[in-house]
Design a protein around this ligand. Structure first.
Ligand SMILES: Nc1ncnc2c1ncn2[C@@H]1O[C@H](COP(=O)(O)OP(=O)(O)O)[C@@H](O)[C@H]1O
Ligand SMILES: N[C@@H](CC(=O)OP(=O)(O)O)C(=O)O
Length: 605
């Protein structure tokens, strides 16, 4: 199937976009380092104007700034563009197509007539090589003629979803762009992209299939639309910005020389990709590149190999490719907290955290950064800073590559780069006590919850030595592609916590297979509670954690502690999640005001 319509950037050889007379020409020293700023879906969805006026404009005098955007989310990620695109894709597969007995398929057209359309027509692309694609001078994006199959009498189900996506983006454009010429061009782009989407979904409906790669293509439209709006908002505010789509950054499968899109998604692949992305984006300077957080045909598909939140990974690769001074990830929270601040009102911002702790938090529910992101930048000694779009002056949380994050040198470096928030004396006192506790390794770093978990228990049915038991159980899980989050075993028993995301039929088949190894029981509506930190020498911390849960009448279904001792985890009922988070935070992560050596909680601040 065809790729989405691509738009030009000057780096790909097409004419530069129109420059309004008041455009701020970035005069930054070309040898200065790049700063990569990634904006999450809800940030770019709610605060595009603020990002342009209060953030990017303040950084461009001292840094070469590259912006990466996720697909827009209006209020929550669940209601965001990516989810709408996925919904449209599944709607396209739901409606059965009508087959013409002769040669092709019947498709309605807008004038109410029907004509027979051949496969090749149905699949013809608005960006096919025969279509003129380049922009005329002064145009922001390239123009591609529409050869989209039109709909009429029987509107496919996905049309309503595409309409929502279309109007959400048109409304956002109208609310945030004042230059009528820029707005007109942006509106045309949005219309064109939505028409492409309808055509693509229509073709998918006709053939009754969406491959993983086609799904990636559909999802990638969210990042394109979002970046097009962001580019125009920046230009509307006088910042010389350039839209860059990276859909063709991975060489095509047919490109025999490179083989880059074949093979595993391993480190050499990421290394090559980082160099290619860095080369492409560095050509944009002095403009501010606005880069789609989506990238082309990843081996094995982006959604299945990298998963949701892939724009963090793209921004990490860009930071590596540009040897950036820092990767900033802008969100709607001030940084990483000692617990989810939306669930634990007393949670504190963590100013600096090690990559291992940040990764553990990410895997166990505090999805502040995509897990693959850290590895890419940290190994190149680039720091990640999580910052809040609503509070740009806050220092945020730094995930620092130096393993000795408590060393004075690192602390000084972090302090010198952040702009501290104004804090009360009482708060300063509390923070210094907490810092003291951390320094002496007496306090965990954070507590986190991963929801929507089920526990599978398998009891071996073997009557002799059980060495084949685990192999049988894990072989089955592997065949079903099930990832185990937590595990606890004895010789004849295994309990596994997995994400409760399998569809009913698949789960039934999985259970049938597991029953070949033993008796199986399932507990649903559970969650994983994890205490994260450098817990190696924290004598008594596990006792305190489980006593706290017992005192709060929280039943524990399963316990696990890895030998790396970076976390202690347990499975509890989903309905106890918020209560348990608050109890553990209060008893294991807070210091009483009169001093660290005194009695440990509970108390209320
Ligand atoms: N320990 C934690 N620290 C900070 N945020 C957390 C933590 N655990 C969970 N969260 C949640 O992670 C979310 C991250 O911010 P958000 O701006 O919504 O993400 P995105 O950039 O993907 O739109 C917040 O909703 C916050 O409640
Ligand atoms: N839009 C994609 C990619 C992404 O990274 O999103 P976010 O930055 O909002 O987590 C998703 O929803 O998964």
């Amino acid at each position: 199937m065809s790729d989405p319509p691509s738009s030009s950037s000057s780096s790909s050889g097409t004419p530069p976009p129109r420059t309004p007379p008041n455009m701020h020409q970035n005069t930054i020293d070309p040898s200065s380092k790049w700063l990569v700023q990634k904006y999450g879906g809800t940030s770019v969805g709610k605060y595009a104007v603020k990002i342009a006026e209060d953030i990017v404009s303040r950084y461009i005098d001292q840094h070469r700034v590259a912006v990466v955007c996720s697909a827009r989310s209006g209020s929550t990620k669940a209601l965001g563009t990516t989810n709408l695109l996925l919904r449209a894709a599944s709607e396209a597969l739901r409606r059965p197509h009508k087959k013409n007995t002769n040669s092709g398929f019947v498709t309605p057209v807008t004038n109410g007539l029907f004509r027979t359309m051949s496969y090749s027509e149905t699949l013809s692309s608005p960006s096919s090589p025969s279509s003129p694609r380049s922009a005329s001078p002064g145009q922001l994006f390239s123009l591609t003629p529409l050869t989209v199959p039109q709909t009429g009498q029987t509107s496919p189900e996905f049309n309503t979803t595409v309409d929502i996506i279309r109007s959400e983006h048109l409304n956002a454009a109208r609310a945030s762009v004042s230059d009528p010429f820029l707005l007109e061009e942006l509106e045309a782009e949005i219309e064109k992209d939505c028409d492409w989407l309808r055509g693509f979904l229509f073709a998918a409906q006709v053939i009754g299939e969406i491959s993983p790669r086609s799904k990636d293509c559909i999802v990638g439209l969210g990042e394109k639309l979002s970046c097009k709006i962001m580019t125009v908002v920046l230009r509307d505010r006088g910042i010389d910005a350039e839209y860059v789509s990276l859909e063709d950054i991975i060489p095509d499968r047919d490109d025999a020389d490179s083989g880059a899109s074949e093979g595993p998604l391993d480190q050499p692949f990421y290394d090559r990709l980082a160099i290619a992305i860095g080369d492409r984006i560095s050509q944009c300077a002095p403009r501010v590149p606005v880069v789609t957080g989506f990238f082309g045909p990843v081996p094995g598909s982006l959604l299945s190999q990298v998963g949701r939140g892939y724009t963090d990974l793209l921004s990490a690769l860009l930071a590596v490719g540009l040897s950036a001074s820092e990767l900033q990830i802008w969100k709607e929270v001030d940084g990483i907290f000692t617990a989810d601040p939306r669930k634990v009102p007393t949670a504190r911002l963590i100013p600096i955290i090690s990559p291992a702790e940040a990764a553990e938090l990410t895997y166990y529910g505090s999805e502040v950064v995509h897990p693959f992101t850290m590895e890419q930048v940290i190994q190149k000694k680039i720091s990640i800073r999580i910052k809040n779009v609503e509070n740009p002056k806050g220092g945020g949380t730094v995930i620092h590559p130096d393993p000795d994050i408590d060393s004075p040198a690192v602390q000084q470096e972090i302090g010198s780069q952040s702009v501290p928030e104004p804090v009360s004396l009482a708060r300063l006192h509390e923070l210094s006590l907490v810092a003291e506790e951390h320094k002496h390794g007496r306090m965990p770093t954070a507590v986190t919850i991963k929801e929507h978990i089920m526990v599978l228990n398998v009891n071996s049915n073997r009557k002799n030595v059980s060495h084949g038991f685990f192999a049988g159980v894990f072989g089955t899980l592997d065949r079903f592609g099930v990832v185990v989050d937590l595990i606890s075993t004895s010789e004849v028993h295994v309990s596994m916590a997995i994400e409760d995301s399998l569809n009913k039929k698949l789960l039934e088949r999985l259970l049938l297979e597991l029953k070949k190894s033993g008796t199986v029981s399932v507990h649903t509506d559970m969650c994983i509670l994890s205490l994260v930190g450098k817990l190696q020498n924290m004598v008594g911390i596990a006792g305190r954690m489980f006593t706290t849960l017992a005192q709060g009448d929280v039943n524990i279904d399963m316990i696990s502690q890895g030998s790396s001792e970076i976390n202690i985890s347990c499975v509890i009922a989903g309905q106890d999640a918020v209560k348990a988070l608050n109890l553990i935070h209060q008893n294991c992560l807070q210091i009483k005001p009169e001093g660290a050596k005194g009695r440990v909680g509970p108390w209320l601040f």
